[in-house]
Design a protein around this ligand. Structure first.
Ligand code: G
Ligand code: G
Ligand code: MN
Ligand code: NA
Length: 254
């Protein structure tokens, strides 16, 4: 209850901040995108994980204004980096189930892009399998509208939900993000190696691009690259960074 009261006031008190985790090209380690990760700096509790407050925000409906803030703030941040001459190709934003169902998501995204003067193709929206599989026929039309705006669409935590690649192909998706539970222990873990290879082989046939999540070692990165995974994300490259640390990250890699 204390958390809920705090969450109601967090927006107006400016307690939210965005962190950004690099997604890099497997072949060159060059920056391809940043995943936007919301953080709540609670005055007494310190940094509260989204794992704790996103479900609460969904239950209370607060996810709508919070999600709106995330999308707007992310677009503003990207415009600011553009002004500073920092090269950030794309941002990937997580959507929650409630946001996905809500009326007006299209207008929200379009408004944030227009306000910041950001091209739609520089925004990617991440959703989970369960979000699109809940009501596939509605999802097809909503995703179609988002796609018509020009944003990119990806499936997060891929492999943990229930959906087949052939079914997903009916949705206008660009990217699959292989859940980090399947990246763990690569290349030694035979089961995970088989799963990762199978996802990569099918994704290639169906023309999805693939991001491997939770890459922590060079051995994992080398294996994934050899198997045709184009994009990698994980602590090997960087943990999620506050905006102020991005210039140093970019400098150190150019
Ligand atoms: O880095 P991390 O501990 O923040 O992420 C934990 C979980 O919270 C992840 O599943 C991530 O997708 C989710 N998450 C992080 N930021 C956001 C956000 O802005 N919106 C939503 N809906 N989920 C987020
Ligand atoms: O569900 P989603 O993929 O959006 O969640 C991203 C979460 O994964 C965040 O909590 C982020 O901090 C975490 N994360 C990112 N890279 C790594 C990694 O290499 N290892 C581990 N264990 N967690 C990671
Ligand atoms: Mn994600
Ligand atoms: Na994920």
């Amino acid at each position: 209850l204390q958390l809920e009261r705090g969450l109601r006031q967090a927006l107006e008190r400016g307690e939210f901040e965005l962190h950004f985790q690099p997604i890099v090209a497997a072949a060159t380690y060059r920056l391809e995108a940043l995943e936007v990760l919301l953080r709540w700096r609670h005055p007494e509790l310190g940094l509260v994980s989204p794992v704790r407050f996103i479900p609460l925000a969904e239950e209370t409906g607060l996810i709508r204004p919070i999600g709106d803030w995330v999308i707007r703030q992310a677009c503003r941040q990207l415009a600011e980096w553009d002004c500073l001459g920092l090269h950030v190709p794309r941002l990937a934003i997580n959507l929650s189930a409630r946001q996905f169902e809500q009326q007006g998501l299209i207008m929200q995204v379009a408004g944030a892009l227009a306000e910041a003067g950001i091209a739609a193709g520089r925004l990617e929206l991440e959703m989970t399998e369960s979000m699109v599989m809940q009501n596939p026929s509605e999802a097809v039309s909503l995703l179609g509208e988002l796609k018509a705006l020009g944003v990119r669409l990806s499936i997060d935590d891929f492999g943990t939900g229930y959906s087949s690649l052939s079914y997903l192909k009916r949705f206008p998706l660009d990217t699959l993000k292989i859940d980090r539970s399947f990246i763990e222990g690569l290349p030694g873990d035979g089961d995970n190696a088989a799963i990762a290879e199978a996802i990569l082989a099918m994704a290639r046939k169906l023309s999805f691009s693939v991001v491997a999540e939770g890459v922590e070692t060079e051995a994992q990165a080398a294996f994934l690259c050899a198997k045709g995974c184009q994009l990698l994300q994980g602590y090997l490259f960087s943990r999620p960074l506050p905006a102020a640390e991005l210039p140093a990250f970019l400098q150190q890699r150019s």
